[in-house]
Design a protein around this ligand. Sequence first.
Ligand code: C2E
Ligand code: CA
Ligand code: CA
Ligand code: CA
Length: 277
Amino acid sequence: YTAKLRRHDVEVYDSTADRAAHRVRMIGHLRDAITAGDLSVHYQPKTDPATGQVHGAEALVRWEHPEHGRVSPDEFIPLAEQTGLIRPLTTLVLDTALATCAEWRRQGHHLGVAVNLSARSLSDTELPTRVGKALRRAGLPAAALTLEITETAVMADLGRSVAVLQDLRALGVRLSVDDFGTGQSSLAYLKQLPIHEMKIDRTFVLGLADDQGDAAIVRAALGLGHALGLRVVAEGVEDAVALALLADWGCDLVQGYHVSRPLPPDGFQQWLDTRNA
Ligand code: C2E
Ligand code: CA
Ligand code: CA
Ligand code: CA
């Protein structure tokens, strides 16, 4: 019995140690990637489902790891948050996205850009100042930028988040609640937040065409968002049926593989040009 237990202990220790070592290596690589500018940003269009008009794009960070290949942001964003790397990462994505947006505008496409903020950033009281500086560097009006935040992030430290959000809103930046419907306290806090936009989580949108429950949730979220005067975006639109239903229901903007996957800057520019041709 003791031998078995010991072996079990050793195994657990080994795998934990392995995981810890892997984590430390990944953190080092992520730090290098940020300093070397090896992260890139892809863009996924936000379009009007009724007219097809392009309103802007969401910036999504990408990391091509020299050994592990592409690492998902769902994996390295949490690492960045736990290690303080999130601040330089956010600044990098923000500067890149704003410079790209300024370039679209020079090419005659009057678009906005959306950048994701992590939970940690919302308790960073310096963030509004840094965002203001980034906008000035890019020479863009604040209204060109939307910041996407999850409700879980806001709830984590409500007092501080609301103060940061109010400063951001005072700058003229647009604020969007991401992954709506997946958090705990979706309704009570919504009217207290200084937000402009609500994004219905893709888990509800994916089932739209076949699942009456999902369809009901999406319609209820649309009704709620509109009653609060918000712009409502549906993410995860993967087929024409979902697109048609959302257009029918008055959804303001859609995002998803059916319209376009997230694209590198040159690919996005081409996508825009062929669409307007
Ligand atoms: P998110 O903000 O909810 O972003 C939407 C995710 O859905 C993206 O995954 C996008 O590629 C994916 N997606 C888009 N259309 C479809 C579709 O039709 N079907 C399906 N199944 N998926 C679709 P991605 O790029 O892997 O990003 C994952 C998450 O990582 C993001 O979720 C966001 O929370 C985080 N993230 C990405 N970039 C950044 C960043 O620059 N900063 C921060 N803080 N977080 C980021
Ligand atoms: Ca987002
Ligand atoms: Ca989302
Ligand atoms: Ca998400």
